[in-house]
Design a protein around this ligand. Structure first.
Ligand SMILES: C[S@@+](CC[C@H](N)C(=O)[O-])C[C@H]1O[C@@H](n2cnc3c(N)ncnc32)[C@H](O)[C@@H]1O
Length: 176
């Protein structure tokens, strides 16, 4: 079992701040930029409280699937509880600090929102996201803790990804 990067108290405080953020910046706008639509298979890396994973599961519907991954047990418990409450049967949670255990090339869109700055092993995570993405899959990225040049240089540094677009709130990377 991986060690969570934050205490339970810190996680609960973060939950409140994310709820507030979601009122100001509705998650659906980010998902729209990421091109989430019915039938897609989506990985939400560092899903936190499920701000993106839960609405994504509603959008992809029964022909799609959402994998919600987080290192914190409270995140996984919360997302599982809300998914059951909302009747989302197309959602699978993964408790992990990086490895997804998914087969190669099964994901259409990987979401990496507000988590990259926290990663202890970002290179390992980028390699895993690259592995699970389909050849034409996209990495939808956002991290307000990092400047644009830092985001682009760090995500593209390993030669796995290249920048393909920039929206109002997200960067889109594709396989290089
Ligand atoms: C600031 S929250 C953002 C959550 C969500 N992406 C959002 O924007 O609402 C960061 C989340 O990333 C998780 N996290 C940090 N490092 C991680 C890692 N190596 N693997 C998986 N999750 C991680 C934390 O537990 C936390 O839930």
């Amino acid at each position: 079992m991986p060690a969570p990067v934050m205490t339970n108290r810190h996680f609960r405080l973060m939950t409140l701040s994310l709820l507030f953020r979601d009122i100001i910046h509705p998650p659906e706008a980010m998902l729209n930029e990421a091109g989430i639509k019915a039938g897609l298979h989506v990985l939400d890396f560092g899903c936190g409280t499920g701000s993106y994973a839960l609405p994504a599961a509603q959008i992809v519907g029964i022909t799609g699937r959402v994998y919600a991954l987080d290192v914190h047990p409270l995140a996984i418990q919360r997302v599982q509880r809300l998914a059951v409450k909302k009747g989302l049967t197309n959602m699978q949670t993964i408790l992990s600090d990086g490895m997804t255990n998914l087969p190669d090339a099964v994901i259409d869109v990987a979401l990496c929102y507000d988590v990259f700055h926290e990663l202890r092993e970002p290179e390992k995570v980028l390699a895993e996201l690259h592995r699970v993405l389909k050849p034409d899959g996209i990495l939808s990225f956002s991290d307000h803790h990092l400047k644009e040049e830092t985001i682009v240089s760090r995500v593209t540094a390993g030669g796995r990804f290249k920048l393909s677009g920039k929206g109002k709130q997200t960067y889109t990377f594709v396989k290089a």
